[in-house]
Design a protein around this ligand. Structure first.
Ligand SMILES: NC(=O)c1ccc[n+]([C@@H]2O[C@H](COP(=O)([O-])OP(=O)(O)OC[C@H]3O[C@@H](n4cnc5c(N)ncnc54)[C@H](O)[C@@H]3O)[C@@H](O)[C@H]2O)c1
Length: 226
């Protein structure tokens, strides 16, 4: 008989761009998935992101801070913390909102994993936590370097996780992700989002010879990130 406890997953931020891809993949692999998502403004959260698995998951449409009994929920589960706010430019204009989503959101999860003994925890960090280091040079010894509001908060959230010394936490500091489910509304959807939207809208793409360059190694398609 299958040990169902080994196949429990809790995905925080599971209605967002990347969280929903992970949720979908877990469902397809037969996991019992609970999604906690507050469908927060200016994030990638939509119900449509979960349309392929809405009937197979337990959806708690609430901010993580307001969910009671999180420690029990994560007991024996795989936890994926995909909450956050990815708008770097807007973060500089509204640091309090970035602080709320990229730091405060994670504190109840950190407390829950301290008390609830999950099997494994994945915190979705960001390559941006390394600052402006070239991709080829990054390894486990590369120091973190905050360069803006967003990276200050991403590093802070990861440090909160590290304070829970006995928890099996893996921080994934991955780079720009694109692909199905990618947010396409708003002004600050990043270099790749903006580029793809321009193409989809059949507008001319402007190229600048001496502008920002992004090595292909920094880009991941969402199924690969998942
Ligand atoms: N998208 C990228 O290219 C990329 C690259 C590197 C790292 N990341 C990281 O991956 C994570 C997910 O990114 P994304 O692109 O899916 O973002 P997203 O905006 O699509 O999803 C974030 C989700 O978190 C939810 N959320 C935020 N705070 C919450 C709270 N307190 N309670 C409940 N739900 C809450 C939002 O409602 C939203 O559904 C983020 O931590 C981000 O920093 C993303």
């Amino acid at each position: 008989m299958t040990d169902v406890r080994a196949r429990l997953a809790v995905v925080f931020g599971g209605a967002g761009f990347i969280g929903s891809r992970i949720t979908q993949a877990l469902c397809e692999a037969g996991w019992r998935v609970t999604v906690i998502d507050g469908f927060l403004p200016r994030t990638g959260a939509t119900r449509a992101n979960l349309s392929g698995c809405l009937n197979d998951i337990q959806l708690i449409a609430s901010r993580a801070e307001d969910v009671a009994g999180l420690a029990e929920l994560v007991e024996n589960a795989i936890v994926v913390d995909a909450m956050g706010w990815t708008r770097h430019r807007e973060a500089s204009e509204d640091p309090a909102y970035d602080l709320a989503l990229n730091v405060a959101s994670h504190l109840p999860v950190v407390r829950a994993i301290r008390d609830g003994r999950p099997k494994l925890v994945f915190f979705l960090g960001s390559r941006h936590q390394y600052g402006r280091v070239l991709a080829a040079r990054i390894n486990e010894d590369t120091p973190l370097a905050a360069v803006d509001v967003h990276s200050v908060h991403k590093i802070a959230a990861e440090l909160h996780y590290r304070l829970v010394t006995n928890a099996p936490v893996i921080s994934l500091r991955f780079g720009n992700t694109f692909g199905p489910g990618q947010p396409m509304t708003g002004d600050d959807i990043g270099l790749i989002g903006g580029f793809i939207r321009t193409l989809l809208e059949k507008k001319p793409v402007r190229l600048f010879a001496r502008s920002r360059r992004m090595p292909a190694s920094r880009l991941t398609m969402s199924p690969d990130t998942t």
